[in-house]
Structures are given as structure tokens and as C-alpha cells.
Design a protein around this ligand. Structure first.
Ligand SMILES: NC(=O)c1ccc[n+]([C@@H]2O[C@H](COP(=O)([O-])OP(=O)(O)OC[C@H]3O[C@@H](n4cnc5c(N)ncnc54)[C@H](OP(=O)(O)O)[C@@H]3O)[C@@H](O)[C@H]2O)c1
Length: 240
């Protein structure tokens, strides 16, 4: 299955991994729409996406998502890479604030489900949905239990939606450490050393590049006999 002339919608496609997916889909001749919550990020993304359309959507807001898909109309492939760093990620079990912890699910889990809900009637029968989780689902660390549960929930949502939306295919990409702007939270003078330390034990002992993660989404859009799957792009961290 080719992507040329197919309509690919990337929510979160204005930066990082989603931007690389949008670039890859454009290079394959797709019609691409990217969207995220801040107009300035959308404009910045569009500046490097010649020929793409951009729009604003807040996946935490049901009306925003519904209105977005009304504007989009029909589509072939929905890619969801929107993510924030909301909610406390390092929790002590005895002190965890469960109300605050729920915020971790708002964009990446509930936002994904909300997007699929409003897109579902508009996706071509031979089209696809690709969601995003992260290796924290498979490699929990002390204090990560809410993040691990949230990411794992996306994988199970993927399996269930593959049954729910058939014959539309539903898959997920599970990235390891991919070098996007999210890592700018580490001060620049410490970043390279810290990322090298975090990846030294991997079979591929380096951080991944956004276009390497994007390859997985492009395959899952094209791969017409693959559904209900999670594709790890993790430098081998699952076998380290
Ligand atoms: N990079 C990694 O190492 C890594 C590892 C594992 C998993 N992941 C996951 O992969 C996904 C993409 O990561 P990334 O590194 O590419 O992050 P990123 O560069 O920060 O991109 C996240 C995108 O989500 C959008 N977004 C945030 N809140 C939104 C909302 N409420 N509604 C709509 N869009 C929203 C952002 O744009 P606006 O600010 O304009 O909304 C941005 O376009 C995330 O789910 C992340 O958790 C990343």
C-alpha cells in the first residue's frame, strides 16, 4: 500500500517524532495535515513542511477535537504523537497524589482515545490509526508506576481498537529514547553526557533520531496486513 495521494493526519505532527512522520509522509506523496494545541508550534512546524496543512487542536477538549475532524473531513491515516509532560512522573507509592497522577493520562491516553473516537467514522476502510506509547511501559523504574501504567494502557487500547475499528488497522509505536526537543529540559552542558549514560547499555548505544522513529509509523500506515501490534523502536532496550 502506498501513501501517495492518501490523506495523513498527524496530531502532534508539529514537532519531534510527529514532525518527522509528517516529513516522511510528504516525501512519499501523501496529503498531510498536522495539528497541535499552540498556534506558534503549528506555524513553526509548517515552516519545514512544504505543502502540508496545519490546524490547532487541544486533545484534552472534546469540542476542539470534534470541530477539528469536522474541518478535516475524510482521511486515510491517523497518527497520534501528541504528548505532554503533565502530572508528577516520579512518585513515591505512599505519597502519590492520585488526583494529580491522573493528569498523566490526559493527553497521551484520553487524548488519543478522544481523537480516535471523533476520527473513526471518517477513516477509509483500508486506512489506519497509529498511536504512541514509550518504553517506560516495558522498563519500569522506581517511581515510574503511573507512567508505566499509562503507557501500557495505550498498548492495550491499541489491541482493543484493532478489534473495534476493523477493517481499519490500529497499531502503536513504542519509542525508546529519541532526540527531540523534549530533552532540552536537560541543561545543554549536561545533555550529551546524560543521554550517553542513559543509552550506553543498549545494543545500539546512542539516542535514536526522529526520522528513525518515523520509519515505524510509515511502515504501519503502509503495512496492509498488520493490526493490533506495537512496534518497538528502542535501540534494543527491550533486550538489553
Ligand atoms: N522523545 C522521546 O524520547 C520519547 C520517548 C518515548 C515516548 N515518547 C512519546 O512520543 C510522543 C512524541 O514525543 P516527542 O518527543 O516528539 O514530543 P514533542 O516534540 O514534545 O511533541 C509533542 C507534540 O504534542 C503536541 N501536544 C502537546 N499537548 C497537546 C494537546 N493538548 N493537544 C494537541 N497536541 C498537543 C505538541 O504541540 P503543542 O505544544 O503545540 O501542543 C507537540 O506537537 C509523546 O507521546 C512522547 O511521550 C517520546
Amino acid at each position: 500500500m502506498k501513501l501517495s495521494d492518501r490523506h495523513v493526519v498527524v496530531i502532534g505532527g508539529t514537532s519531534g517524532i510527529g514532525l518527522a512522520v509528517a516529513e516522511g509522509a510528504l516525501a512519499e506523496g501523501a496529503r498531510v495535515t498536522v495539528a497541535s494545541s499552540r498556534r506558534e508550534t503549528v506555524d513553526a512546524g509548517l515552516a519545514s513542511l512544504s505543502g502540508a496543512s496545519g490546524d490547532v487542536i487541544d486533545v484534552k477538549d472534546d469540542r476542539s477535537v470534534q470541530a477539528f475532524f469536522e474541518r478535516v473531513g475524510s482521511l486515510d491515516h491517523l497518527v497520534f504523537t501528541a504528548g505532554d509532560w503533565g502530572g508528577p512522573r516520579n512518585n513515591t507509592l505512599g505519597a502519590v497524589d492520585l488526583d494529580a497522577a491522573q493528569a498523566l493520562f490526559s493527553v497521551r491516553f484520553w487524548g488519543a482515545l478522544r481523537a480516535v473516537k471523533h476520527a473513526s467514522s471518517r477513516i477509509a476502510p483500508d486506512g489506519s490509526v497509529t498511536l504512541t506509547d514509550g518504553m517506560i511501559a516495558h522498563n519500569p523504574s522506581p517511581g515510574s508506576f503511573v507512567s508505566t501504567a499509562m503507557a501500557g494502557a495505550i498498548e492495550h487500547l491499541t489491541r482493543a481498537l484493532a478489534v473495534e475499528l476493523k477493517p481499519v488497522r490500529v497499531n502503536a509505536v513504542c519509542p525508546g529514547l529519541i532526540l527531540t526537543d523534549v530533552w532540552n529540559s536537560i541543561p545543554e552542558e549536561k545533555r550529551a553526557e546524560r543521554l550517553a549514560r542513559m543509552t550506553a547499555h543498549l545494543p545500539l548505544a546512542r539516542v535514536g533520531k526522529p526520522d528513525e522513529a518515523a520509519e515505524a509509523y510509515l511502515y504501519l500506515m503502509r503495512g496492509g496486513y498488520t493490526t493490533g501490534q506495537v512496534l518497538l523502536v528502542d535501540g534494543g532496550s527491550s533486550v538489553a
